[in-house]
Write a protein that binds this ligand. Structure first.
Ligand SMILES: Nc1ncnc2c1ncn2[C@@H]1O[C@H](COP(=O)(O)OP(=O)(O)O)[C@@H](O)[C@H]1O
Ligand SMILES: [Mg+2]
Length: 374
């Protein structure tokens, strides 16, 4: 049963469902050299989608390079990671890789440690510093390799918002955009989980990456896709679940990808043969309990005005915060205070602006909050 439902890391194969429309759009962007910005809340499925598309493109025509920059803290950290990923993932064999390093980055002395593992896993550290290479030379590496190989390259950068935290970040962003927009054979897919940071980088007119590419806002997977997915998995494990309960698993967490899988897993663990209402109820409580530590941490240090704003949202009030009744009922403070409170909660990704007002972003956080903080 080890792989029944997966909710920790990105998923593929049998654990991946839906996303037909997004797959098609992203695949076309990859094959036609269109830059993409992929934005969603955390754990909705960005990484899974990009990896899914990576496996589908015609590898003879396009090389897809993937890197995650969550641990990069500065401009050159990023260049090292970028150059390493580009060189490694465009070389089919070790000797090609070594040759490419020599040809394209002759001035560095790379360190390679090969593990005895026959799958040829090894670590490569290039040690690029500003002394050896100017930013533009590293930023153009993919373009030069693409030209030489007569193939397009798509560079996918996960947790891209990290760039926004670098020292002198706007200058770095200008440099990146300046180099990348001139490239003919390389396109970029930039994505990340800090939704407000990503949105600010790409939708703010004064930012260098404004309108850099096709913006895809990844939403939740619809219940009609979750139901067969969940039922099938139960069946495979010799268990039975009525479609109504499968739908409830998705509805309880508003279709939020990782939570659907986590809740389904908790239900499965409690089921001996047939899923019952009591089992789902108990699993929902356990889901909240399992996430409590995180939620407590997220609300730690919030002021009472901020907590009151969350109380208003959790009670079903999503707009009209400046009206006297709402301000009085939820004790939101002064009008100018309200906009500050909103901004802080949005910056922390606790709340988000939707079409018809302000909402708590995370459905399980909302359940927890209703249970313990109202
Ligand atoms: N297409 C999908 N089908 C089924 N489950 C998915 C899908 N995409 C995401 N998930 C669920 O969400 C979790 C997080 O996915 P991931 O791709 O890492 O999200 P993100 O990159 O947006 O943080 C996965 O472990 C899985 O439980
Ligand atoms: Mg991810």
């Amino acid at each position: 049963m080890a792989d029944a439902f997966i909710y920790g890391s990105s998923v593929e194969g049998e654990n991946f469902t839906d996303r037909e429309t997004e797959t098609k759009r992203l695949k076309a962007n990859f094959e036609h050299g269109v830059n993409t910005l992929l934005i969603s809340n955390r754990r909705i499925g960005k990484t899974s989608l990009v990896r899914h598309v990576k496996n589908q493109v015609n590898a003879k025509k396009v090389s897809v390079v993937y890197l995650d920059i969550f641990d990069c803290r500065s401009e050159y950290d990023f260049y090292n990671k970028l150059a390493t990923a580009v060189l490694r993932q465009t070389a089919s064999k070790m000797d090609v890789l070594m040759q490419n390093i020599k040809t394209f980055l002759g001035r560095v002395s790379p360190k390679i440690s090969v593990s005895p593992d026959p799958t040829m896993d090894f670590s490569l550290s290039l040690g690029i510093t500003p002394k050896e290479y100017a930013p533009e030379q590293i930023l153009n590496l993919a373009e030069i390799i693409a030209q030489k190989q007569g193939k397009r390259i798509v560079v996918c950068i996960d947790e891209f918002q990290q760039i926004g935290e670098f020292p002198d970040s706007v200058t770095v962003q200008k440099r990146l955009r300046g180099a990348w927009q001139l490239q003919q054979n390389v396109s970029y897919c930039l994505f990340g989980s800090k939704k407000h940071l990503m949105t600010n980088m790409f939708q703010n007119k004064s930012m260098p990456f404004f309108q850099f590419g096709d913006a895809i806002f990844l939403g939740v997977i619809p219940v009609k896709k979750w139901v067969p997915f969940i039922c099938e998995k139960f069946k495979k494990h010799g268990l039975s679940i009525h479609e109504e309960f499968a739908a409830r698993i998705s509805d309880e967490v508003e279709g939020y990808s990782s939570y659907v899988q986590q809740l389904a897993w908790l239900v499965m663990l409690k089921t001996e043969s047939v899923v019952t209402k009591e089992i789902v109820d108990a699993a929902v409580n356990e889901l909240i309990a399992q996430n409590t530590a995180l939620f407590m941490q997220q609300t730690e240090g919030l002021t009472s005005y901020q907590m009151n704003m969350l109380r208003a949202l959790a009670s079903g009030v999503h707009d009209g915060f400046l009206s006297k009744e709402v301000m009085d009922e939820f004790r939101l403070g002064t009008k100018s205070n309200i906009s500050k409170v909103k901004k802080i909660l949005i910056d922390r990704d606790l709340v988000e602006v939707r079409e018809n007002g302000l909402y708590i972003s995370d459905p399980v956080f909302q359940m927890w909050f209703r249970k313990y903080c109202l």
